[in-house]
Design a binder for this molecule. Sequence first.
Ligand code: C2E
Ligand code: MG
Ligand code: MG
Length: 276
Amino acid sequence: TRKESSAASDVYKRQELESRLRLALAQGHLQMYYQPQIDIATGRIQGAEALVRWNDPQEGLISPARFIPVAETSGVIGPLGEWVVREVCRQGQEWREAGLPPLTLALNVSPRQFHLTDLAGCTAAALHASGFPAALLELEITESALAERTEEARQVLVRLRELGVRIAVDDFGTGYSSLAQLKRFPIDVLKIDQGFIRDIPQSEDDMAISAAIIAMGHSMGLSVLAEGVETEGQLAFLRERGCDAYQGYLCSRPVPADDFVALLRAQAESAAAAQG
Ligand code: C2E
Ligand code: MG
Ligand code: MG
């Protein structure tokens, strides 16, 4: 039937994407982009979130929203995740050696990578191989990944904390984690999901939720970062509520490493100009 054949062709497409992804990884067609994270109080770039891109010679840039789910269900997430950790540590150390100011680099860990691979061992090896300081590395784990198998999750976080890396909860507010659990986890940062930021200042509900996350995070001693900030109005609201940091198109889209360095240099020049 038509339904069966379209299901079969979906399986085929997935397998095709999976084998192309393995090849892309082996051939160096994956690349990290960097989106600045800004300290709201000072307006300065404090770090970046590293976001993976697949640069296919034929198709051009392929979004992680399309290939991370395939990596997750096929096992490619193991080697892919390892490559991301190594590449971000390597890049971070290269920037340090080039004399750039200290930057926190955040990277994404997907749920299966978090639960099924040796994340702490892989991170320790990448830090060691690169010389990048653990204190400047942040791992973003989605709230939904922390909501399942919570005792195992806590143990992974404890091992990461022992390495000295920072831990951020990504897409916070969407994952049904229990607050009682959350307070037992060694975490440093809550990232307010962009779904709550999008309709500020039109949506009273989203403003109430964002303000509550900021207040709750602070009372738990955590730093709070808002993602997906696109307008001055959103930033003004977050500043007024004491949110610590933001990222979003208002400052910059995710950009290749060289363009990120150019953003940092432009910032340093405008700061120098302001001092006279
Ligand atoms: P995420 O970690 O929540 O990343 C935020 C996404 O929002 C990014 O999409 C980013 O480009 C986008 N974004 C940033 N600022 C704005 C804004 O102002 N407006 C809007 N509309 N969007 C904004 P991207 O790069 O396509 O990544 C999508 C998701 O793919 C990420 O969500 C993350 O879950 C996953 N991902 C990306 N890189 C990696 C990686 O290296 N490893 C793993 N496991 N997952 C990754
Ligand atoms: Mg993220
Ligand atoms: Mg997010």
